[in-house]
Design a binder for this molecule. Structure first.
Ligand code: GLC
Length: 558
């Protein structure tokens, strides 16, 4: 029995260039940890320029840069003090222009991160809000409320921030401001037209500089509707997040904002693209962000949240391809990013990655019982899962270092940690250890200062075992993860001829096999028993005694 999946081919309109994003491989650069050209320990824009050949050699279609804007680094740069400049520690706008030229010269598109939910508390608009009195137009650009108690000494509500602790901060005159995230990240009030104008200006500023698209941070949190009498956290938690009417999250009204942005994107040729970071409750809710009148594409985190499990993978793929066919978008696939435990490490936990990872992924590196952790197995499964993803229709987002099979760093000393989620005590998924473990600077060489990251010591220390994952070491090994990614990305251009797939039944619950319209096939063995393939020679991956070995993926040319 085959199970055909709807295709969106018919919905693809416009020039080929306008549709570049539909099947693109996008590589996420976390700029402060990618490459440090000036040797101050912090990655920078010139570092990206210097590694342009590396990115071209890897074969990515686009680079997405996490924030590089001026920031006090209260949240790794997601606290933006100026949306239209480069942090002086990372370079200048001229460096940015050079980077665009270097990447475009190698046919790599550039996506930047837009953070519309909140600014830094150092942003000029927030400083103006603090300097202005209660009830002023300046304060109306953010979310201020009177405190409770006789003199406003109590928060307006008991709401908790996503990073732990109160979501309200007093400003000393009886008023408090709201912040979903760290105290240094006040939320904008998107009912205020000045906020709309500020972001339209920013989108045009970067588009005019040649940026090809935008990743929209916390896209589902931007629109809010706070009543005069605020509900309690318990009351908030009891409200539905799927009817579009929650006061804080995934409100239908948010799409009015993105329709306005779409008009700006479409002022350019080719139109600028956008991808929403929207951690919403259902695939249907996510599809709203991916509509052609809105942002056009949305991250699908379902595989990232799934176990290394054939049934889960198949269900998620079928579901999401149907969703994107219905909306006219294309699917996105993600296994790792700067907010989650690297997938090689998640998959190192036996028996399945999910349950134990949720109890605390970091301790697995820091000395978990050996019978519960198998890093080599995690690496094997990670590569198998990545090659499965890269064979799918739609676009795939890779996180820097995953091409090396890099693991999470678990044992970072508290004094070297930077993530506010660590200091504010949130993030139970990681035993409160925060997100620094996936943000450790990349190893480029097997020795030398900061393993080739830069001349200085890396801003988050790299463990000694990083040497084994260095680009230079893997470069020399034809069977390395890096060289396998390179081969896959090169072959992928032949494979991506349509946006559909057809499942081929394998007779095994733990083996998935699908064919693309041109006959190419992907076979992933999620189990440990070899899966025999008769007379077929893979173009990617090798058979062992005529079989797909356990926890591996092969590609077959049709
Ligand atoms: C997004 C970012 C995350 C950041 C948060 C607040 O989820 O990916 O890194 O901490 O938004 O901006």
């Amino acid at each position: 029995m085959t199970d055909a999946v709807l295709t969106t081919d018919a919905l693809v309109t416009g020039s080929a260039d306008a549709a570049w994003w539909r099947q693109a491989v996008v590589y996420q650069v976390y700029p402060r940890s990618f490459a440090d050209a000036d040797g101050d320990g912090l990655g920078d824009i010139r570092g990206v320029v210097e590694k342009a050949d590396y990115l071209a050699g890897l074969g990515v279609d686009a680079v997405w840069l996490s924030p590089f804007y001026p920031s006090e680094l209260a949240d790794g740069g997601y606290d933006v003090a100026d949306y239209r400049d480069v942090d002086p520690r990372l370079g200048t706008l001229a460096d940015f222009d050079d980077m665009i030229a270097a990447l475009h010269g190698r046919e790599i598109k550039v996506i930047v991160d837009i953070v519309p939910n909140h600014s830094s508390d150092r942003h000029v608009l927030f400083q103006a809000a603090l300097a202005a009195p209660k009830g002023s137009p300046e304060r109306d650009r953010y979310i201020f409320r009177d405190g409770l108690g006789e003199n406003g000494e109590l928060p307006p509500a008991d709401w908790q921030s996503c990073f732990g602790g109160s979501a309200w901060e007093p400003v000393g005159d009886g008023q408090w401001y709201f912040h979903f995230f760290a105290t240094e990240q006040p939320d904008f009030n998107w009912d205020n037209p000045d906020v709309h104008a500020e972001f339209l200006h920013t989108l045009r500023f970067w588009s005019d500089r040649g940026v090809d698209g935008f990743r929209i941070d916390v896209a589902h949190g931007v629109s809010k509707d706070l009543p005069d009498v605020l509900p309690s956290q318990a009351e908030l938690d009891a409200l539905s997040t799927t009817d579009g009417r929650h006061p804080l999250w995934d409100r239908d009204a948010v799409h009015d904002i993105y329709r306005e942005w779409r008009q700006v994107f479409d002022e350019y040729d080719p139109p600028r693209i956008a991808v929403a970071e929207a951690w919403v409750a259902t695939a249907e809710r996510r599809a709203k962000y991916a509509s052609p009148e809105g942002l056009g594409q949305a991250f699908n985190f379902d595989l990232l949240e799934a176990d290394f499990d054939a049934a889960q993978f198949r269900h998620i793929v079928t579901d999401n391809l149907a969703q994107s066919a219905a909306t006219g978008s294309s699917s996105t696939w993600v296994l790792s990013n700067h907010d989650v435990v690297r997938h090689a490490t998640r998959y190192a936990l036996a028996p399945r990655n999910g349950s134990l990872a949720k109890q605390g992924s970091a301790w697995i590196i820091a000395g978990a019982p050996a019978d519960q952790v198998d890093l080599a197995r995690g690496g094997r499964r990670a590569l198998a899962a990545s090659l499965f993803l890269l064979g799918l229709p739609g676009s795939t987002y890779l996180y820097q270092g995953e091409e090396l099979g890099l693991h999470e760093v678990g044992d970072i000393a508290p004094e070297h940690r930077q993530d506010p989620a660590f200091f504010r005590g949130a993030d139970p998924d990681r035993d409160g250890l925060g997100r620094d473990g996936c943000r450790v600077p990349l190893p480029w060489t097997g020795d030398g200062s900061s393993f080739g990251f830069g001349a200085g010591s890396a801003h988050i220390p790299q463990p000694g075992w990083f040497a084994g994952y260095a680009v230079a070491i893997e470069d020399a090994d034809p069977a390395s993860s890096l060289n396998t990614y390179r081969r896959a990305l090169a072959l992928r251009h032949e494979l991506q001829t349509g946006e559909s797939l057809e499942w081929i039944e394998t007779g095994r619950d733990d083996v998935l096999r699908f064919a693309r319209p041109n006959g190419w096939q992907v076979v992933t063995n999620f189990g440990t028993e070899p899966f025999p393939l008769s007379g077929e020679e893979p173009v990617l991956g090798a058979l062992v005694d005529g079989a797909v070995a356990g926890e591996t993926t092969v590609w077959l040319r049709g």
